[in-house]
Design a protein around this ligand. Sequence first.
Ligand code: ADP
Ligand code: MG
Length: 436
Amino acid sequence: MESLWNQTLAELRSSLPLPEFTAWIACLRSARGADDGLTVEAPSVFHLNWVQQHFLDRIRSTATQLAGHPVAVSLSVGSGIPVRDPIVAASSPPVIRKSAAPGHQGFTFESFVVGPCNELAHAGARAVVEHPGGVYNPLFVHGGVGLGKTHLVYAIANAVRQRFRNYRVLSIGAELFVNEMVSSVRRQEMERFHQRFRKVDTLMVDDVQFIAGKERTQEEFLHTFNLLCAAGKQIVLSSDKPPRDIANLEVGLRNRFEGGLTVEVTRPDRDTRRRILTLKATQRGIALSGEVLDYLADRVRAASVRELEGALTRLKAMATLVGREIDLALAEETVGRLYPVTRERVTMERVESLVSEVLGVPPAVLVSDQRNARLVFARQVSMYLMRKQIGLPLAAIGERYGRDHTTVLHAVRVIDARRAGDPEVRRLVTTLEERL
Ligand code: ADP
Ligand code: MG
């Protein structure tokens, strides 16, 4: 005899819209429960909550009907159920493919939102398009993951191609460069490899940090670099770190990389996040109210641009899945869970508001990317208090400011030192500690 759960599943499969069933119900498992009840296991807490809110009544009534007597259904998180992302799983395949491997054609200057986080990088990129092989050679763009480096590099490539139709523009990820070189060596086709990389007018290598530590590749690249530079050809590079921080990068290359214009892209501030969301929503034909835009720009903070896009993708997928308009409530349900207001965050905000009050720096500026001596100091004091007084995790503090834990450690050391050496700083920090 089929178990009650299997019958319930079959019934739900035929009565629920397929995407919903696939996303939320199909992966539930029944565990041994009481005789008159069902215990159903979900792969994650998130999944469980969702099922509880949206499907539990339905499951219970279906099971009750099938059994012919009241059936109690309880949910728990099961171990060993493969965790899939139900939202992404349910969204249509093109959406997934698009976010996983964006086509580079879409990476243009027109679709690049400029803000304080990237204006220098953007200006450098524009200048390169105006005068390829001019003073900014190479243009070296660095910054964290998902902040628009690849977008900028390909925007340059696209724009140069358009402006100089006869130019040979070669843009390539460093990983591919390495692979091509290795296979050329193996097949003894170095001549062809040289032809390919040395006979160009503009060479762009994305994620160039990837060649560090690979001796032969670095040698080859340095040679290519020198030849192109000497011939006045433009080179554009991107990397997740500035040249001096790339481990195992050959000194010759490092010097070369630093010899042009080095620009950084950082996390977008709130206003830029909002403009990016507006643009991306328009591009994807998603209608968002000002209220929802505000909510997303506020909530998905400390985030990369890629995460902003992810939030939009989810929101759109969820709206389709449950057949609802995208409004504030749906945004809160969908995105709020991923970016919860944690106790940690409440604590951080308390520290920040105190530091703001005492040092006269607005809280919004404190968490922005703006830099001047006073701001940097205020931020360091905040980090110091979060760490030393409250004991929050280094990584969590770092994330709040878009930095990693070493920055937090550094801040703690700086304030400790200044506290020891400067009576005024000592007084200030003591006051803050007392008021916390
Ligand atoms: P990175 O190479 O720095 O990891 P990408 O260039 O791949 O990041 O950017 C990730 C995603 O964010 C891409 O889809 C890109 O279009 C988008 N993006 C990043 N910065 C911007 C920006 N300033 N304006 C519009 N889209 C952006
Ligand atoms: Mg990239």
